[in-house]
Design a binder for this molecule. Structure first.
Ligand SMILES: Nc1nc2c(c(=O)[nH]1)N[C@H]1C(S)=C(S)[C@@H](COP(=O)(O)O)O[C@H]1N2
Ligand SMILES: [Mo]
Length: 325
């Protein structure tokens, strides 16, 4: 009989017994008297204890949430999955084949910082705990002025906060991409501040639009689009939508993101889309949809003003540019 072996940080029984998640897995194994049995064996025990098998991130296609409509044609699947930004694999858009070296299953995700209980669990278990799997059609606007419109599969980011139970002092959610230069040769380029980091305020992370994607076009994410789990914040420039996340940290300090660290005058923390505020080196008035040479007008908050405007009303920010780069 073939049994899928699991590593100690995987929690196959988490859906059935969520309490176990709030205990450190290794502590739990030790407490249960299974220390030193080895990875494969402990996985077996983990599965056997709950008496239930948990499916991989499955169930595609996720049911469409019709609340999110597009005003334009969906981007061709082949284009959206072969023209990608993933600097870990190089600075060109044509890196999709290089990402084959990555393995997204299993995938350990850590939730730490200002939370009631830190935890590390497998991405599929996290997504199962978050619930509310759905598909949403979103526009995407890269700061470089190309754009696309795609169907993402995933779960609302707000549900992660429910699972994580941050303490009252937490003001920001910091996210981090994996770090493995053997897999991602771009990470050998030491002038970049690896690993890739992004951040949101807790209010932004709780906004209905903030989404954790596990799939695209009704299928699991290909590696190049950020497998197995990536952020999607469609009202912000694309660089905020961090790929292949391994860590969510709740903090009272505003995170400094990868691009902010590299060029803070060009790529800031807020990065809300605004056609009226040019990038220091180019206009943001229009955008080019992948697959077309025509330029279309860029919309304030990328067309999501109604949903997000309130987030920025009372921040006391006086620099008119601050929220939009
Ligand atoms: N870890 C990581 N996340 C990342 C990037 C990256 O280079 N590394 N690029 C960002 C940028 S600039 C954009 S526009 C989007 C692109 O997403 P896509 O390639 O799935 O279209 O991913 C964002 N997330
Ligand atoms: Mo981007």
């Amino acid at each position: 009989m073939l049994i899928k072996t699991r590593r100690t940080w995987e929690l196959p029984e988490s859906a059935a017994t969520p309490e176990s998640v709030y205990m450190n897995r290794r502590e739990w194994l030790k407490g249960a008297g299974f220390a030193g049995l080895g990875l494969a064996t402990s996985g077996l025990i983990g599965g056997g204890m709950a008496g239930t098998a948990l499916a991989a991130i499955g169930g595609y296609p996720f049911p469409r949430n019709e609340a999110y409509e597009l005003d334009r044609a969906m981007t061709d699947e082949e284009l959206a999955t072969t023209y990608t930004n993933f600097y870990e694999f190089g600075s060109s858009k044509n890196i999709w084949k290089k990402t084959r070296k990555m393995s997204a299953d299993p995938w350990a995700v850590t939730i730490d910082g200002m939370v009631e209980q830190e935890m590390t669990l497998d991405a599929e278990d996290l997504v199962t705990m978050m619930g509310d799997k759905q598909e949403r059609l979103y526009r995407h606007r890269c700061v470089e002025a190309w754009a696309m419109a795609v169907p993402w599969s995933g779960v609302p980011l707000a549900n992660l906060i429910k699972v994580a139970r941050p303490t009252s002092g937490a003001k920001y959610l910091r996210m981090e991409t994996f770090m493995d230069p053997k897999v991602a040769p771009g990470q050998k380029q030491a002038w970049y501040p690896w690993p890739y980091v992004e951040g949101l305020t807790i209010e932004e992370a709780q906004n209905e639009l903030a989404f954790l994607a596990t799939g695209i076009y009704g299928k699991p994410l290909p590696n190049q689009n950020g497998a197995p789990i990536r952020l999607v914040t469609p009202w912000k420039y694309g660089f905020k939508s961090i790929k292949s996340i391994v860590r969510f940290t709740f903090t009272d300090q505003r995170p400094k993101s990868f691009w902010e660290e590299l060029a803070g005058k060009e790529y800031g923390f807020w990065a809300n889309v605004n056609p009226g505020i040019p990038h220091p080196r180019w206009s943001q008035k229009t955008e080019r949809m992948l697959g077309s040479d025509a330029r279309v007008p860029t919309m304030i908050f990328n067309g999501y003003r109604e949903q997000v405007e309130g987030l920025y009303a009372n921040l006391g920010i006086t620099d008119p540019r601050a929220l939009y780069y």
